[in-house]
Design a protein around this ligand. Structure first.
Ligand SMILES: NC(=O)c1ccc[n+]([C@@H]2O[C@H](COP(=O)([O-])OP(=O)(O)OC[C@H]3O[C@@H](n4cnc5c(N)ncnc54)[C@H](OP(=O)(O)O)[C@@H]3O)[C@@H](O)[C@H]2O)c1
Length: 327
């Protein structure tokens, strides 16, 4: 039995669907079963549990041989959700997984950067990786480059969200809703792509669908591995992304770069009053100061991923789909 922790999320639900499509027995860890009918329909078992409530984890782990964990609190939807709570929750999950004899643990993770200690989500990933390295199961932490379907929407576009289910950016997190209302279509409407950091910064944008395939494959591979990076072989600068949008939309697209220092100030200002928003600012700061100009062909090969989908391919495909309603 494979436990998916974060099964209601964008990437988590794709991992679950992929595992079910491969015929694997899957248990979805969910906090609210009322909103999980589509996951039940895949034939997955449900376990109602919460990383914030460690006492619920034992029942979720009972009879489980592998865990794949994507849960995170970047777009929190409950007052109790916080980076600190998820951090403690992951520590409890790893400890309990070892106690329950789980033999494989796969973590959806983020690349290593110099700012990791100052960015809550990255701090949690590093800490969880450390705990995994010290505990019993064989483990893989897949440190993924920014995704097409999230990152390319965040810079001012609705296109990447078309045809996607359970999107992170569609989560009912009020701050995110307000941000999207203001900035969600600046590329399509005004020909402006607002990016964190220099326009020349390169990222190996990867599709969440390819990332989900990688995570699902990694669950069945118990050769250890530790931590590996995964991105598309074609790293793009933001100026390249703008050119692709120009080709797809048939209009000029100008890059407006937001300096990392602005995010650092915003992170400090929001930290005492709105920690989640401070976390989002920290993520932007991280993105503004780091690149994923990688060649991860070896990881893709070992995960049997074949050709990964390019940014251009994805945006062209989505441009043919109907636009999403403005919310
Ligand atoms: N998108 C990117 O560019 C990118 C790049 C690199 C790595 N990653 C990593 O990839 C993963 C993305 O996953 P995703 O797209 O599925 O995330 P998502 O859409 O933001 O969904 C968050 C998930 O975490 C769950 N969760 C939050 N707090 C929880 C708690 N206390 N207990 C149990 N579950 C909890 C949520 O459950 P509820 O629905 O109940 O709230 C939901 O299932 C993350 O780990 C992220 O760090 C993403």
């Amino acid at each position: 039995m494979i436990l998916v922790v974060g099964a209601t999320g964008q990437l988590g639900s794709l991992v679950l669907r992929r595992l079910r499509a491969d015929g694997a027995p899957v248990r979805a860890m969910v906090r609210d079963p009322a909103g999980a009918a589509d996951l039940v329909a895949t034939g997955a078992e449900m376990a109602v549990a919460d990383l914030n409530r460690p006492e619920t984890l034992d029942a979720a782990l009972d009879g489980v041989s592998a865990v794949v964990a994507t849960a995170n609190a970047v777009a929190p939807i409950r007052p109790v959700d916080s980076a600190a709570a998820v951090d403690a929750g992951y520590a409890g999950l790893v400890r309990r997984a070892a106690r329950f004899g789980v033999s494989r643990f796969v973590l959806a993770s983020v690349p290593v950067t110099d700012l990791d200690e100052r960015v809550p989500v990255a701090r949690t990933k590093r800490r969880t990786e450390q705990l995994l390295a010290e505990s019993g199961p064989s483990w893989l932490s897949l440190r993924m480059a920014p995704s097409d379907e999230v990152s390319l929407a965040l810079v001012g576009s609705e296109l990447p969200l078309r045809g996607e289910q359970r999107t992170t950016l569609g989560r009912p997190y009020p701050t995110l809703r307000r941000f999207r209302r203001l900035t969600g279509r600046t590329i399509e409407r005004h020909g402006v792509i607002v990016v964190p950091g220099p326009a020349s910064a390169r990222q190996a944008f990867i599709s969440v669908h390819d990332a989900a395939r990688g995570l699902a494959t990694a669950v069945g591979d118990d050769t250890g591995w530790g931590a590996v990076d995964l991105g598309d072989p074609e790293s793009l600068a933001w100026t390249d992304v703008a050119s692709i949008y120009e080709g797809v939309l048939g209009r000029r697209v100008r890059v407006v770069s937001q300096p990392a220092a602005a995010f650092a100030v915003a992170q400090r200002l929001f930290a005492p009053v709105a920690p989640s928003l401070a976390g989002v600012m920290a993520l932007n700061r991280l993105m503004a100061t780091s690149e994923t100009d990688w060649n991860t062909d070896d990881s893709a090969r070992r995960l049997g991923l074949g050709t990964l989908r390019s940014v251009e391919e994805i945006l062209r495909e989505k441009a043919a789909l109907p636009a999403l309603p403005v919310r």
